[in-house]
Write a protein that binds this ligand. Structure first.
Ligand code: GLC
Length: 747
């Protein structure tokens, strides 16, 4: 059977696309005016959104635009019924009969919600992250969606920024590894598989460096830093075959990212070789006017087109102005054809010419036991045990529990941000899960606060009464889902509302106090952490967060999570991150005096002139990579197979990891380096690899890493990617602050 049904236009397009897909692009017939009208070509560059729950609600103007060939893709499809009706119009009532692509923000699950990406990053488990993305693709594609705007891979060093919850954290290596896993999960082995969906690496580039952690704010990122920190995950996405990339809202060094010719054309297309589709963010082309970069929509359209964008999301500056721009010779037909070709090639790769309609079976694909088990496992591995004084955890079996707090039974909020198709009725909360393991005489519950933001303490007395009945208190609080995510940055990242006060009141009962935080960001706990006997960070753990948390608290599972971000003591420390340069006056315990210890009328030079704050010091609450287990682990006997390596060589480094405790342990062993002296100052530590090792009590294993020149290379002041000879430190470590260290040289 011929690959495509015979149709003059389709034959032309197919010949073109076959050429495109088989690399015979040079021989493929050019996209000529008689194969598509100018309006139809321009229509492929337009992405519209649909607000319709049923086919009957589809707006007439959207139907007309599709009939007129003015739409190439549509976002926010709610169901296969709506998708198939829109597709029917495109395939039977338009002249060009080019299939639409349907897109949606499937960021951490479609209906079975996984932990937020920041929580998934805390698992450091690429295999599980890939499986989570695959489950999301299976569910979303069954609903007619074939393009997701994920993974979001913006590096973020400032948790005031609400969208840190969507990211994989502060480190380029960890983010790159999880980026590849996500792309593989979403896109599967082939985009033509009906359960595969095109992934989108977003937001290109530098969006997470918003000044002040304030969303949409300006970013200033010197070129070497851009190449060493913010670009690597996008390079990893391109190398992994990501189908599309989304341009960002922010202005980067004076030029809005959605019109950034250098970043897109020179770096992304030029250096990285990305030849897929680039889509703007929502209205980000129109916003070039608000940025003060375009004087009007026409100039905005021109700037975005010239910078390399292919599709405009929602705003219509290109559709409205491209004919005039072409008439004026500002944009050539060849430039337009190149964009149309990329878009049609994507549709071909997705198999939409052969099968434009959604044939999925949601009932068989969504909320399956397999997906829910996966969501529970990902939630479990995302949990980070941050404090555990007096071995408060795990809870001894049979102990009675006072479960207190605004997020202990928060079916909606435990799902987190960007859960467009989730239903809270699917959630299993912490209260639900405790009820499954503790009898009514062993479980005493009080919400205590109306919401995570509530300052109303009227129910505190009831909560304290419940607490007095139990052996141990488990407080579940933090941030509702809406307090992080897009446009939801916070200038004060402490627990909102009256939660700190409630925690203090609970501690006054003298009972052991376990605190579980659900939040989209690390929470500044400096004023309240001493009240806690144990502390678990649960991020927003998703549909199955309750069972995961209860299994961990009860000791039916061991904590494996490690922080993907540095955890500040107070908001004022931000931005804060582990891979920082030394400065000329690095702080240390030995040269720090806390301001309360200054003598009265102390002379201005009486305290250490070092890189610290006189009130809060120079250390985070918890370092990047940190996480406790229910056992204890020792690192010893670090070894190198050679003391020096050639700049193009490799070197092996190993250490012995021992479980010195009484319970099994799964340790994420981390490899860091430091280039001691370089032509551009280098960070005091850089994560270069990590391995997971599981040890029985008293068991030891030697963990070996191979360091290669690519691990030592960096972009210098001239933007050359170089390995410079000299001395290096290397650590095999449990986190970014500790570990076994040795040194080697590069000659
Ligand atoms: C939003 C977000 C982007 C998302 C897009 C479509 O404003 O910035 O991440 O994919 O619009 O919803």
């Amino acid at each position: 059977m011929s690959l495509f049904r015979a149709h003059p236009l389709r034959t032309t397009l197919t010949a073109l696309l076959l050429g495109a897909s088989t690399g015979a692009l040079a021989q493929a017939p050019a996209l000529t005016a008689d194969s598509l009208s100018l309006k139809q070509k321009i229509g492929q560059l337009q992405q519209m959104h649909v607000e319709a729950k049923t086919a009957a609600e589809i707006p007439e103007e959207l139907k007309a635009a599709i009939r007129n060939g003015q739409v190439g893709s549509i976002l926010n499809i709610p169901s296969p019924e709506v998708a198939n009706e829109l597709q029917r119009i495109a395939m039977t009532e338009s002249a060009a009969k080019i299939p639409l692509i349907f897109a949606r923000d499937v960021i951490h699950g479609y209906r079975t919600i996984m932990p937020t990406p920041l929580g998934q990053a805390a698992s450091w488990n690429a295999d599980l992250v890939e499986k989570g993305a695959r489950a999301a693709a299976v569910e979303a594609s069954s609903m007619g969606i074939r393009w997701t705007f994920a993974p979001m891979i913006d590096i973020s060093r400032d948790s005031r920024w609400g969208r840190i919850t969507e990211s994989f954290g502060e480190d380029p290596h960890l983010t790159s590894v999880l980026t590849v896993a996500s792309v593989r999960g979403y896109q599967g082995d082939s985009l033509s598989d009906p359960t595969s969906i095109a992934a989108t690496a977003k937001h290109f580039v530098g969006y997470g460096a918003a000044e002040g952690g304030r969303d949409y704010n300006v970013t200033y990122i010197p070129e070497p830093l851009l190449h060493n920190i913010y670009l690597p995950p996008f390079k990893a996405a391109v190398d992994a075959g990501v189908a599309t990339i989304m341009s960002a809202f922010n202005e980067l060094n004076g030029v809005p990212a959605s019109a950034h010719d250098y970043a897109i054309n020179t770096v992304l297309r030029g250096e990285f070789g990305f030849d897929g589709v680039i889509v703007s963010d929502w209205d980000s082309v129109l916003e070039l006017v608000a940025h003060g970069y375009a004087e009007d929509k026409k100039q905005a359209a021109l700037q975005a087109l010239k910078a390399g964008l292919d599709i405009e999301m929602v705003s219509t500056t290109i559709q409205e102005n491209l004919p005039a721009l072409m008439d004026g010779g500002k944009v050539t037909e060849a430039e337009l054809d190149a964009k149309v070709k990329r878009i049609l090639d994507l549709k071909h790769q997705l198999g939409l010419f052969e099968q434009p309609y959604s044939k999925g079976d949601p009932a068989k694909s969504i909320l399956t036991p397999e997906h829910k088990n996966l969501a529970e496992q990902l939630a479990l591995e995302s949990l980070v045990l941050l404090k555990n004084d007096k071995q408060t955890l795990p809870l001894a079996k049979g102990k009675s529990v006072a479960l207190i707090g605004p997020l202990a039974h928060a079916a909606h909020d435990q799902l987190g941000s960007w859960v467009l198709d989730a239903q809270k009725k699917d959630s299993v909360t912490v209260l639900d899960a405790f009820r499954q393991v503790l009898g009514q005489d062993k479980l005493f519950y009080s919400q205590a606060l109306y919401s995570s933001r509530s300052r109303d303490s009227k129910d505190f007395a009831q909560a304290i009464d419940q607490a007095k009945k139990a052996d141990v208190i488990v407080y579940v609080g933090g941030e509702e889902a809406v307090l992080s995510g897009e446009a939801h940055s916070r200038a004060d990242t402490r627990l909102p509302g009256a939660q700190e006060q409630l925690i203090r009141e609970l501690k006054k009962t003298g009972k052991p106090l376990v605190v579980v935080i659900m939040a989209g960001r690390p929470i500044a706990l400096n004023d309240v952490i001493d009240e806690m006997d144990a502390l678990v960070m649960a991020w927003h753990p998703g549909t199955m967060g309750g069972p995961a948390i209860v299994r961990l608290l009860q000791g039916d599972a061991d904590p494996v999570g490690r922080l993907p971000v540095t955890w500040p003591k107070v908001t004022g420390q931000m931005p804060i991150y582990y891979n920082h340069p030394s400065s000329g006056r690095p702080a240390s315990e030995g040269n720090f005096t806390q301001m309360d210890d200054f003598p009265l009328e102390a002379f201005q030079h009486s305290t250490g002139h070092k890189n610290h704050y006189i009130d809060i010091g120079f250390k985070p609450q918890f370092p990047f990579g940190f996480g406790l287990s229910y056992s204890s682990v020792s690192y010893s006997d670090i070894k190198l197979d050679k003391k020096s390596m050639r700049a193009d060589g490799e070197l092996k480094v190993s250490a012995k990891i021992t479980n010195t405790g009484k319970r099994p342990v799964t340790e994420t062993v981390q490899l860091y380096i430091r280039d001691l002296v370089a032509s551009s100052v280098r960070p005091v530590r850089e994560l270069k690899s990590f391995q997971r090792v599981t040890l029985k009590p008293k068991e030891s294993k030697r963990v070996t890493f191979t360091l290669r020149s690519s691990d030592l290379a960096f972009y210098n002041q001239k933007l050359e990617h170089v390995v410079e000879p000299g001395e290096f430190h290397v650590w095999i470590a449990p986190n970014a602050e500790l570990g076994m260290q040795t040194e080697f040289s590069v000659r």
